[in-house]
Design a binder for this molecule. Structure first.
Ligand code: GLN
Length: 310
């Protein structure tokens, strides 16, 4: 058995070169801004528990965070509701697409916080009182995870809000079931804006590292979350973070993660590191094709699989 590589010296440009030739997948076209993404973009970053952030070329290209925001919205909702969010949202994997128009049978709750129904609800549960207040709370909360002031791409936020018909449908369905207390349009507005927050792989890796380090941001030193909340969030990333591809992901990568339609993937390897990959072409389940390969390689070479080595 070869010895695992050391994350402190691991060659991320070499990893990027090894996955860049993969040409499979298609760029998301649900909104014009995503359809215009550069299919050749490929960046990787790692954030270590000692606060070191290491990155490949193209690590500073911003993309909208999209569904990679969902673990962090769940975290903020857990904090702001003092755990009540766990009663209001399920935590079981669905085996279905992220935007399936479906709620938990019997309860009408969203099935889990990593699919759109769940994230529409977590975004509605954070403190703030109204849309502006919740937007503000989310942007401040995400910035604490990233150890930098993040900003919103207002065009993306507008498009997500206007064109997110399935999200409007889900919000109305939750209203009908009595599981969403704010108006459907307010819920979509806040969720759409959260998806439109701009991150680069460095910022996203630090966000993942904050979860991996039990809620303490290793770059700023700030405790962003209680340790038990970080553990809950990472647990649900492990079971639901890659939607109907979560089982395959857990077997082949074995690191809790969250995928997104911008081609960003955030990784939280508990106690070891946070990581992120961005590459826009997606597979049928909405996961970055190069991102998946890069995560498989990283997991194998840095010995990150939670259930051990091959
Ligand atoms: N903006 C997207 C949406 O709701 C996010 C989806 C995703 O990244 N999977 O619908």
């Amino acid at each position: 058995m070869t010895r695992p590589a050391d994350a402190r010296t691991y060659d991320l440009d070499d990893l990027r070169d090894r996955v860049r030739g993969e040409s499979g997948g298609a760029v998301d076209d649900s909104i014009p801004q995503l359809a215009e993404a550069d299919p050749d973009l490929c960046g990787v970053a790692l954030a270590l528990p000692d606060g070191t952030v290491r990155a490949s070329e193209q690590a500073d290209v911003p993309v909208s965070v999209q569904s990679a925001v969902k673990p962090f919205l769940f975290a903020l909702a857990l904090v702001d509701t003092r755990g009540e969010a766990l009663d209001l949202i399920g935590i079981e994997p669905t085996g279905e697409a992220f935007d399936a128009i479906k709620l938990e049978t019997g309860t009408g709750r969203p099935p889990n916080p990593m699919v759109n129904a769940g994230a529409l609800l977590t975004a509605a549960l954070v403190d703030g009182g109204d849309v502006d207040g919740r937007n503000e709370r989310i942007l401040r909360g995400l910035s604490a995870f990233a150890a930098q002031d993040l900003v919103v791409d207002e065009d993306v936020a507008r498009s997500e809000h206007l064109l997110g018909d399935r999200n409007h449908a889900l919000a109305h369905l939750m209203r009908a079931e009595g599981t969403l207390s704010v108006s459907a349009d307010d819920a979509v507005a806040v969720y759409a804006r959260a998806c439109a927050v701009l991150v680069d792989v460095r910022a996203l890796a630090v966000m993942g590292a904050t979860l991996a380090c039990g809620g303490v941001n290793p770059v700023s030193g700030e405790r962003v979350l209680p340790a038990h909340v970080a553990r809950d969030v990472v647990s649900v990333m492990a079971t639901c973070g890659v939607y109907d591809g979560s089982g395959r992901w857990m077997r082949s990568v074995g690191v809790p993660a969250k995928s997104s339609v911008s081609g960003a993937i955030v990784l939280a390897a508990p106690g070891a590191l946070g990581g992120a990959v961005v590459s826009p072409p997606l597979d049928d389940q909405g996961t970055s094709v190069r991102g998946r390969i890069a995560c498989e390689v990283l997991s194998a070479e840095l010995d990150l699989h939670v259930f051990g080595r091959r």
